[in-house]
Design a protein around this ligand. Structure first.
Ligand SMILES: CC(C)(COP(=O)(O)OP(=O)(O)OC[C@H]1O[C@@H](n2cnc3c(N)ncnc32)[C@H](O)[C@@H]1OP(=O)(O)O)[C@@H](O)C(=O)NCCC(=O)NCCS
Length: 180
């Protein structure tokens, strides 16, 4: 775990994890480069193509931290650091030749990036290991999925949240390909 000082001195209160220290890296194929940040960071350090206007300070911080993780991952991939603007459906617009995904939740943020000639798309999603808000499961899970959830026995895992997170990941991978 390294304090963010050299590559991104403007993110003072977040710690960056990459390589073998990065938990997310254990979940993805080896040719996907992941960088994750623990903490909040701040909203400085992005170029004009990545400025969020009209957002709350908290939203600006999470947006900036996600972008910084993505920029670090891009450089780890051996690519020139380029802006990652936001598309019309909030999706990150990756530089030519790259695919990737960004996620954040309370105190955690991550980006995963790979080469387009090897990967069609990437989707990642981080969620707290808490029960879903009341009523949400009925909106996101079919009856058979809910039956399956009730059969799961591993203590300590919120399976409803895990299913939700899996679907969010798939959405993020699928959207840039299908635009829906
Ligand atoms: C877009 C969505 C997936 C974001 O997920 P979330 O858990 O709210 O938030 P996360 O922090 O994990 O992810 C946010 C990041 O996703 C990325 N993202 C947003 N919209 C996206 C899209 N259309 N395609 C790909 N990635 C997208 C962005 O990088 C965003 O962060 P940024 O704005 O700071 O760059 C979610 O809000 C959404 O709209 N889901 C669609 C509904 C759906 O079909 N879900 C699946 C079934 S439950």
């Amino acid at each position: 775990m390294t304090q963010v000082t050299g590559m991104a001195p403007q993110i003072r209160s977040a710690q960056i994890r990459e390589g073998r220290d990065c938990q997310l890296a254990r979940l993805v194929p080896p040719d996907v480069i992941c960088v994750e940040a623990i903490g909040e960071g701040d909203d400085a350090g992005l170029g004009p193509a990545e400025v969020l206007t009209g957002a709350t300070p908290r939203r600006r911080r999470e947006f900036a931290l996600g972008r910084r993780c993505a920029h670090l991952a891009m450089m780890r991939l051996g690519r020139i650091d380029m802006p990652i603007p936001m598309g019309t459906s909030r999706e990150p617009i990756w530089p030519a030749g790259l695919v990737g995904s960004i996620t954040h939740c309370e105190g955690y943020c991550a980006a995963a990036i790979g080469m387009r000639d090897r990967l069609v798309a990437i989707g990642i999603d981080a969620e707290p290991n808490d029960a879903l808000p009341s009523g949400l499961l009925d909106l996101i899970a079919r009856d058979e999925e809910q039956s399956w959830l009730r059969e799961q026995r591993h203590a300590g895992i919120r399976w409803d949240r895990l299913l939700f997170s899996a679907k969010e990941s798939i959405y993020k991978a699928w959207f840039p390909v299908a635009r829906r």
